[in-house]
Design a protein around this ligand. Structure first.
Ligand code: PD2
Ligand code: ZN
Length: 288
């Protein structure tokens, strides 16, 4: 609190930055306080600013220290800002690029006939989608995920092989690091509430999951059938909605299993029609 009669003084971002620089340079708080007093800061204001700034700074530092280390992630070859990417047997359009979260919207990853064929192969094999049960590392039915789905085994048939080879080339990531392609169907009302695709490091079931290829480091969601309304893939941290247009895809990576990647995402409720997607999750190492 400023003393009566003292000019109103506030801890500006510039002052906070300066306080942190002094602390990092090794000056004790009382030395920094003396220096602030000498520059005309009211003592009470200066003490409050010092306390608040240094406490917040220590909290930030300890959160940073707890953050898992970053690892290499798949990425399309975006150097030079190309409009098209080489996916081997197909050129794929770059529609949007974001740095944080690391995200790319891709156009024409699959041909219409490939989308239809995947849906036809998947339809008879659908069952209620599961989510990871974090205690055991197993899976469970969950209200947050109301789609129906199935998994293809990696390389299960020529169509899946072709798509997997395309994805590996596009993202420059080994095919064997990919989980089997998952196909999901969302009926009107179905959704997937916001979540992270990586496995929570501190959950008891995670070590078991990581035995098969390590962490997930990226997700590719391919739209196989657009609903009539709704069903966008949403990224709440950055208020982005990707429209689920057939043949297009959204790719995003997360270099550590931590919310700082801003990779929180969900499937908004389908309002009319049916939405179908295929998801490819990419692991750090070979998935088996
Ligand atoms: O269907 C989607 O848009 C969606 C949203 C969030 C899919 C996934 N996550 C997923 O397959 O992980
Ligand atoms: Zn997801």
């Amino acid at each position: 609190m400023a003393k009566p009669g003292a000019p109103a003084q506030a801890a500006t971002p510039a002052l906070r930055k300066w306080i942190i620089e002094q602390a990092e340079a090794g000056f004790a708080p009382d030395v920094v306080l003396a220096s602030m007093r000498a520059s005309g800061w009211d003592e009470d204001v200066a003490i409050a600013a010092l306390e608040a700034t240094l406490t917040a700074h220590l909290q930030d530092r300890s959160l940073q220290a707890q953050r898992p280390a970053a690892v290499p992630v798949p990425s399309p070859a975006l150097d030079g800002a190309p409009l098209w990417l080489d996916a081997g047997d197909r050129q794929v359009a770059v529609l949007s690029v974001m740095r944080m979260p690391r995200l790319v919207v891709l156009g024409g990853l699959l041909r219409d006939e490939e989308c239809t064929a995947l849906v036809d192969l998947a339809r008879p094999r659908l069952s209620r989608s599961l989510t990871v049960e974090t205690q055991s590392g197993g899976e469970e039915v969950h209200v947050d995920r109301t789609s129906e789905g199935m998994f293809f085994r990696r390389g299960e048939n020529p169509l899946v092989q072709r798509i997997e080879a395309r994805i590996a080339r596009l993202l420059d990531w080994p095919e064997v690091n990919g989980e089997g392609l998952q196909v999901l169907q969302y009926q009107p009302g179905a959704q997937y509430k916001p979540h992270y695709d990586y496995f929570e490091p501190h959950e008891p079931g995670t070590p078991r999951i990581l035995e098969r290829g390590g962490q997930r480091v990226a997700t590719l969601i391919i739209y196989l059938q657009a609903p009539e309304q709704g069903g966008a893939t949403i990224f709440p941290d950055v208020q982005l909605e990707v429209a689920p247009q057939r043949g297009n895809a959204v790719f995003f990576s997360y270099d550590r299993p931590h919310p700082s990647t801003q990779s929180l995402h969900g499937g908004a409720p389908v309002l009319a029609g049916e939405k179908w997607i295929a998801t490819k999750w990419l692991r750090e190492n070979e998935f088996n």
